[in-house]
Design a protein around this ligand. Structure first.
Ligand code: SAM
Length: 245
């Protein structure tokens, strides 16, 4: 399992300061924003859409204030739109959010500039906070989780969709695909091979299922469970801010 420390000081295989990492990640998403959704479809053969729909189904009964953190182009936030909910996309990248605002459903969402480590949201104000493929881009997962717990109402729900550790039989094929195919696809389609190299490295450094569940518990979240998707290539992590916290 990779620790929080690894993410603080690396960008791909390079050792960098936390500030530099933050700036480089910002550049990655500014660069890929126009082709981000298309690349997701190509890289995952569209399967990311099934994962995101599974996330939306798992939280169907929850109403009130919903925040999709690291929400990018609003892909997940659109799936979360439902009666009785106010859905906000929160992301530091104006380019990602701008790309999403132009698409259908963009006007039904609220758009908020903000980073996971310093959420521009009041204490205990959110009923459901989701984050998909976003936490591994933060400079400090523990601070992000602690912020997430702060903004959740007691009894509020947290759901994280993230790449994780695939089953052992699948790992060699997945490894080959992510090392060789994805950066080349990133070069051909988005013209950004380095950006996609970074994305692959950040997946490798992110904690596995158990490791992330432990971090969630350490951040004060309760009822921590997870559900593997596509044999563990991705994983849905669930937690709740305890009522007595
Ligand atoms: C891989 S994209 C995921 C976008 C969207 N959630 C999805 O699943 O399609 C990662 C997003 O994280 C955002 N991000 C980067 N650093 C962040 C941070 N420190 N806090 C919150 N979001 C961040 C990026 O701007 C980008 O939109």
């Amino acid at each position: 399992m990779a620790g929080d420390h690894d993410l603080d000081h690396s960008f791909g295989s390079m050792a960098v300061s936390a500030d530099e990492r933050r700036a480089r990640i910002r550049q990655v998403f500014e660069a890929v924003a126009p082709r981000y959704d298309l690349m997701n479809d190509l890289m995952s053969f569209g399967i990311h859409r099934l994962w995101k729909r599974t996330l939306a189904r798992r939280v169907m009964g929850i109403t009130g204030q919903v925040v999709d953190l690291a929400g990018g182009t609003g892909d997940v936030a659109r799936l979360l739109l439902a009666p009785g909910r106010r859905v906000t996309v929160c992301d530091p990248s104006l380019a990602m959010m701008h790309a999403g605002q132009q698409r259908p459903g963009g006007a039904q969402l609220q758009w908020l500039v903000g980073e996971a480590e310093h959420l521009p949201l009041a204490d205990a104000s959110v009923d459901l906070l989701t984050i998909s493929f976003g936490l591994r881009n933060t400079t400090h997962i523990a601070s992000a989780l602690s912020e997430i717990r702060r903004v959740l109402k007691p009894g509020g729900h947290f759901v994280c969709l993230e790449f994780s550790r695939p089953a052992a039989w699948l790992a060699p094929f997945y490894d080959l695909y992510s090392r060789w195919v994805i950066p080349r696809l990133g070069a051909a389609v988005a013209g950004e091979p380095q950006a996609y190299q970074y994305l692959i490295e950040s997946i490798r450094l992110f904690p596995d299922q158990q490791g992330f569940a432990t971090l969630m518990g350490q951040a004060g979240l309760a009822e921590v469970t997870w559900e593997n998707l596509s044999f563990g290539i991705a994983c849905l992590h669930f937690g709740v801010r305890p009522r007595e916290y």
